[in-house]
Ligand binder design. Structure first.
Ligand code: ADP
Ligand code: MG
Length: 313
C-alpha cells in the first residue's frame, strides 16, 4: 500500500482552479520532492493531504485512510510542517511542545519520553526554556519539526522547510531532514532545485495545478532532454555543417561559440538518449578535420525544470 495515494485531485478557490487533476503516489520510506514555481499548487495539495482543507473533486489516501472520510486517522499518521514558520508566540518551547502533546492526545505517561526523544532529535535542548518568538528562524523551524514529529507519525509533509533560512540554517535543517528520513516517508515542497538533489529520491514537478514530471532526478533530466547539446569546435574544410547535420541522432546544427579565425564551432541539438560523440569523432577522422573540442552539455535538473514548467528549452 502506498503511503500517499492521490487520484485526480482538484481544488478550486472560487473561479481559480488551483489543482487541475493531480495524481501521484509515494511509497513507504521514500523522500519525494514536490517542486514547482510559486502558485503551482504545492501548498494546496499538502493542506488537502493533511486534512486541513477538502478537495473540490478527486481523492487522496494517506496510509490507506481517506483524507475526507477518515480525517482523524489521517492526522494521526501525518506530521505536518506548514509553509510559514509556526507559532509566533510568547509560549516557552517546552510549554508549547507539552501543549502539542495534549492536542495530539498522547497518553500522559508517554509524554516525557516522546518530548525527550524529539527534543534530542531536532536539537532543541538549549532553547527549551526560551519563548518561541525570541528564537531565530532556524530554531523556530526546528520547533515546527518537533511539533510535526511528536506523535511519531510514519509520514511527514513539509511545506518549504528551508524557506527564509540563512545558508547555515539551511544546512542544519537539511541534515536534520536527512536523519529523519531514515525511518519516515517524506513529501517535501520547495522551489529550490538544489534542495531536491540534496534530499530526494524522486521528484514531482507541478506547474499551474498539474503534474508535469515525476521520477528520479536522472529520469526527470532525461524526460526533458530533448534539448541536450553537443558542442563541437574543429578545423576543417568542405560541407562540415551538412555532414554533421546528416549524422543519425542530430536534430539541428546551430552556430557554436567559436575560438576565432580558422576554427569552426557548432552547437548540435541531439535526440533524447542519443550520444553522437563517437560518430563525430569518426567523421572528423574520415574527413581529415582536426577536432579541437567535443563536449556534451549535460541536461541539468535546472534545465529540465525550466523546460517542464515553461515549455521553453
Ligand atoms: N486561500 C486561498 N484563496 C484563494 N486562492 C488561493 C488560496 N490559496 C491558494 N490560492 C491560489 O491557488 C493557487 C495555488 O496556490 P498554492 O497552493 O499556495 O501554490 P504554491 O504553494 O505552489 O505556491 C494560486 O493561484 C493561489 O493564488
Ligand atoms: Mg506554497
Amino acid at each position: 500500500m502506498p503511503s500517499i495515494d492521490v487520484s485526480n485531485l482538484r481544488k478550486s478557490y472560487g473561479a481559480n482552479e488551483a489543482l487541475k487533476g493531480v495524481s501521484f503516489s509515494v511509497e513507504p520510506g521514500e523522500v519525494v520532492g514536490f517542486l514547482g514555481p510559486n502558485g503551482a499548487g504545492k501548498t494546496t495539495t499538502m493542506k488537502i493531504l493533511s486534512g486541513f482543507i477538502a478537495p473540490t473533486n478527486g481523492s487522496a489516501q494517506v496510509d490507506g485512510n481517506d483524507v475526507v472520510a477518515d480525517s482523524l486517522a489521517v492526522r494521526e499518521c501525518i506530521g505536518y510542517l506548514p509553509e510559514n514558520a509556526p507559532v509566533y508566540t510568547e509560549m516557552l518551547v517546552r510549554d508549547y511542545l507539552e501543549f502539542i502533546c495534549q492536542v495530539r492526545g498522547l497518553p500522559e505517561q508517554q509524554r516525557p519520553a516522546r518530548m525527550a526523544a524529539v527534543v534530542e532529535q531536532v536539537g532543541l535542548e538549549e532553547v527549551l526554556g526560551r519563548s518561541i518568538d525570541e528564537l531565530s528562524k532556524g530554531f523556530r523551524q526546528r520547533v515546527g519539526l518537533a511539533q510535526a514529529l511528536i506523535h511519531d507519525p510514519p509520514i511527514l509533509i513539509l511545506d518549504e522547510p528551508t524557506s527564509g533560512l540563512d545558508p547555515n540554517q539551511i544546512v542544519g535543517i537539511r541534515s536534520l531532514i536527512r536523519d529523519i528520513s531514515e525511518n519516515k516517508t517524506i513529501l517535501l515542497s520547495t522551489h529550490i532545485l538544489q534542495e531536491v538533489s540534496a534530499l530526494c529520491s524522486r521528484v514531482l514537478i507541478v506547474s499551474d495545478g498539474q503534474i508535469v514530471g515525476f521520477g528520479t532526478p536522472a529520469e526527470i533530466e532525461a524526460q526533458a532532454a530533448g534539448s541536450a547539446r553537443v558542442e563541437v569546435v574543429l578545423v576543417g574544410e568542405g560541407d562540415v555543417r551538412g555532414k554533421l547535420a546528416a549524422l543519425p541522432g542530430v536534430v539541428r546544427v546551430d552556430d557554436g561559440a567559436g575560438e576565432g579565425a580558422g576554427t569552426l564551432a557548432f552547437s548540435l541539438v541531439i535526440e533524447s538518449g542519443a550520444d553522437v560523440r563517437g560518430d563525430i569523432f569518426a567523421l572528423a577522422v574520415a574527413s581529415g578535420w582536426t577536432l579541437l573540442e567535443l563536449r556534451r552539455e549535460g541536461q541539468s535538473l535546472e534545465d529540465a525544470f525550466r523546460v517542464l514548467t515553461t515549455g521553453v528549452a
